[in-house]
Design a protein around this ligand. Structure first.
Ligand SMILES: Nc1nc2c(ncn2[C@@H]2O[C@H](COP(=O)(O)OP(=O)(O)OP(=O)(O)O)[C@@H](O)[C@H]2O)c(=O)[nH]1
Ligand SMILES: [Mg+2]
Length: 261
C-alpha cells in the first residue's frame, strides 16, 4: 500500500479497519482479506459530496487549477468537447496569460471542440481575462464557462493569492461562481500530490479532482489519501492525450487497477 502511494496515515487507517473485521471473524482466507481491502478502499473513495452538475446553474463556472504541466489545458479541451457533445454551449477563458503559447494551445482545443475562447495578450492580467470571460458567458448565454489558469507551485504564496483574486472576480460577476474549482493532479506525482491538494484547497476551496496520466504505469493511489484526508472526490480521469481520453472516475474500477501488477 505504501508503494502504491497510499501514504502512511491511510495505510494505518485501512489496517485498523481490517483488524476490526478480523476481530469479527470476517477474515479467514487470503481471498477474504483481498476482497475486504478492496471494499475498504472503495468505501474511502466513494464520497458523499455534491456532484459536478452543470445543469445546476447557468452559466455554470468551472475554474481549473494545478501545478505546472499536470494537464489542465488538455483536460479543459477534453471536457469542453464532452459538454459540447451533450448539447451544452461552452465558453473557454484563457486565464493563463503567463506564456503566449498557453492561449494558443487553449484556442486549438477550442477549435477542436467547436467552442469560443476569450483571450488576452501574453502578460495581460489574468483577472481581466476572468472578468471578460464571465461577462461574455452571461452575454452569450453560455451554459458552461471553463477558466484555464497558469500552472503554479502550491508553495508560492503570491501565485496562490492571484488564484484567490480570480475566484473573487468570478464570484462578483456570476452568483455562486466558481461552481466547481477543479484541481488537476498528475497520477505520476506520488505523495507530493497530497501537499498540492492541501494547499490549493486552503487557498481556493477545491470541489473536485481530475486525475491525469493514468494511461501510464502510475496508479494514482495518492487520491485515496486525498479522499481520506480532505474528502475531495475525483471527478474525472485522464487516460491519454487525445480529445476522447477523459472518463468519469469509477471507484470500483480504480481499486481493481490498484491490485493489478
Ligand atoms: N499520457 C497522458 N498525457 C497527458 C494527459 N493529460 C495531459 N497530458 C499531457 O501532459 C502535457 C501537459 O499538458 P497540459 O494540458 O499542457 O498541462 P497544463 O497543466 O495545462 O500545463 P501548464 O499550463 O504549463 O501548467 C501535455 O503533453 C499533454 O498532452 C493524460 O491523461 N495522459
Ligand atoms: Mg496549461
Amino acid at each position: 500500500m505504501i508503494t502504491a502511494d497510499l501514504g502512511m496515515q491511510t495505510t494505518q487507517q485501512l489496517i485498523s479497519a481490517l483488524e476490526g473485521r478480523r476481530g469479527r471473524g470476517q477474515l479467514e482466507s487470503p481471498q477474504q482479506l483481498r476482497a475486504a481491502l478492496m471494499e475498504e478502499l472503495e468505501q474511502l473513495l466513494t464520497l458523499d459530496r455534491r456532484p459536478l452538475s452543470v445543469e445546476s446553474s447557468s452559466p455554470y463556472v468551472i475554474m481549473v487549477v494545478g501545478v505546472n504541466g499536470v494537464g489542465k489545458t488538455t483536460t479543459i479541451g477534453k471536457l469542453a468537447n464532452q459538454l459540447t457533445q451533450q448539447g451544452k454551449k461552452v465558453l473557454l477563458g484563457a486565464g493563463d496569460t503567463f506564456r503566449a503559447a498557453a492561449a494558443e494551445q487553449l484556442t486549438i482545443w477550442g477549435e477542436r471542440a467547436g467552442v469560443e475562447v476569450v483571450r488576452h495578450q501574453e502578460g495581460a492580467d489574468p483577472g481581466a481575462v476572468a472578468f471578460d470571460a464571465a461577462k461574455a458567458a452571461v452575454a452569450r448565454q453560455a451554459d458552461v464557462l471553463i477558466l484555464d489558469t497558469a500552472g503554479r507551485l502550491h508553495t508560492k504564496l503570491n501565485l496562490m493569492e492571484e488564484l484567490k483574486k480570480l475566484r473573487r472576480i468570478l464570484e462578483r460577476e456570476i452568483p455562486g461562481a466558481p461552481h466547481e474549482t477543479l484541481l488537476v493532479l498528475d497520477a505520476t506525482t506520488g505523495q507530493n500530490a497530497l501537499n498540492q491538494a492541501r494547499l490549493f484547497n486552503e487557498a481556493v476551496a477545491i470541489d473536485g479532482i481530475a486525475l491525469t496520466k493514468l494511461d501510464g504505469t502510475a496508479k494514482g493511489g495518492i487520491v485515496v489519501a486525498i479522499a481520506a484526508e480532505l474528502q475531495l472526490p475525483v471527478r474525472f480521469v485522464g487516460i491519454g492525450e487525445g480529445v476522447d481520453d477523459l472518463r468519469p472516475f469509477e471507484p470500483a474500477m480504480f481499486v481493481e487497477a490498484l491490485f493489478e501488477n
